[in-house]
Write a protein that binds this ligand. Structure first.
Ligand code: SAH
Length: 360
């Protein structure tokens, strides 16, 4: 029998399981706390639980723990981890220090099938989705290694979180629980390349997290050239969904805009972007693109980025330039995993890169 990852169970799921096993209801909360507050890595540690229950859990379940395989330390305190999953696949997790606390950037899939032309994470396609317990395990592995608490989470690592919707929802339920890591939705940002139906579904959940949309260009011509997903969900549909998200949730939407030299950084493009986002109280994060092998793009220079920011601000759009952490370990997201030569896991991509746009 294949064992099931118990750390992927939300509290309601654990309650159901305990009922099925004929256990009193309070066991669900106790076990959840062992997994997500005390972060046990084996059932044997759960010393206040009945032996028979532990034996039954041991027989049917396992605890999803991640191991640090590689660690890259930046002078500014940023640490990039290559973490090994229970099936030997690897993903990346980043630890960042800010004045307000420690932020962990988590991956949500092994690889990605969105095909963005500037992104290293998508170059080998998607291998599989991460489970809720594995995503939580990224945070626990980083916190354990650093010996510190995590206050903020960004879902901006490898993978498209809304392409793994159900597991990501379970992860959010687990990580925000007061019986576990207790990280509030206000301290969580989820970044998407723009899967419109999933943005609509997320809005319905009214979670209170920050939705961050990777826009990168204000016109279909520019955006489709950078991101195949735009062929399925063009800019006007995407922005309509973002405006609706703001209406439904009352939360302002944040936009990521990676600046590419000579591609999306002209004054005319700034004006178009300002028109597109007019009146939606948006926040734009300008990021110099991180050049990756095999991509034709290079970063806009600092002066150009400042000029773009000033124009947006003058046109009434709130814009900031993202502080670059970990510049000296600047491997763009996905590069550490891609370049890892370690013990090969079953890495047959399910689908070729960019396939998404053709099938959607
Ligand atoms: N799939 C999600 C989240 C993961 S990517 C998304 O697309 O939003 C996190 C962010 O990094 C996205 O804004 C993505 O466009 C950006 N990104 C990816 N590769 C980059 C690169 N080489 N330089 C700058 N930003 C990059």
């Amino acid at each position: 029998m294949n064992k099931i990852g118990l750390s992927s169970y939300t509290e309601p799921m654990l309650s159901q399981l305990m009922a099925q096993l004929g256990q009193p209801a309070f066991r669900a909360r106790q076990i959840f706390r062992w997994l997500h507050e005390k972060r046990a890595v084996s059932f044997a540690e759960m010393t206040d639980q009945p032996k028979a229950l532990l034996a039954e859990l041991e027989r049917r379940f396992f605890i999803e723990t991640l191991e640090v395989r590689r660690r890259q330390q930046s002078r500014d305190g940023t640490v990039k981890y290559l973490l090994r999953l229970p099936d030997a696949n690897c993903i990346e997790t980043v630890w960042m220090r800010y004045s307000y606390g420690n932020t962990v950037c988590v991956s949500t899939q092994v690889g990605c099938r969105m095909g963005c032309r500037f992104c290293a994470s998508t170059q080998g396609g998607r291998v599989r989705n991460l489970t809720a317990g594995e995503i939580a395990g990224e945070i626990y592995a980083a916190a354990r290694d650093q010996g510190e608490r995590v206050s903020h989470i960004v879902l901006m690592g490898i993978g498209e979180p809304l392409d793994n919707f159900d597991n990501v929802m379970d992860f959010l339920s687990i990580i925000s629980s007061p019986d576990g890591a207790n990280i509030g939705m206000r301290n969580i940002s989820l970044s998407t390349c723009g899967l419109v139906p999933m943005i609509e579904k997320l809005a319905e959940r009214r979670l209170g997290l920050t939705l961050s949309v990777s826009l990168h260009a204000p016109t279909n011509e520019l955006r489709s050239a950078m991101m195949p997903v735009n062929d399925a969900y063009p800019v006007e549909r995407l922005i309509r969904a973002c405006r609706a998200y703001r209406e439904t949730t009352g939360r302002r939407v944040s936009f990521e805009y990676s600046m590419v030299n000579g591609v999306n950084d002209s004054p005319e493009t700034a004006r178009r972007l300002a028109r597109l986002l007019a009146g939606m109280d948006a926040h734009v994060n300008l990021i110099p693109i991180n050049p990756v092998d095999g991509s034709p793009y290079s970063a806009s220079d600092a002066a150009n980025i400042r000029r773009f920011q000033t124009m947006l601000t003058q046109l009434g759009v709130n814009a900031t330039v993202r502080r670059r952490l970990g510049a000296d370990i600047s491997a763009a997201c996905g590069q550490l995993r891609r370049d890892d030569a370690g013990p090969a896991a079953a890495e047959t991509p399910e689908r070729p890169r960019g396939e998404f746009s053709q099938n959607a």
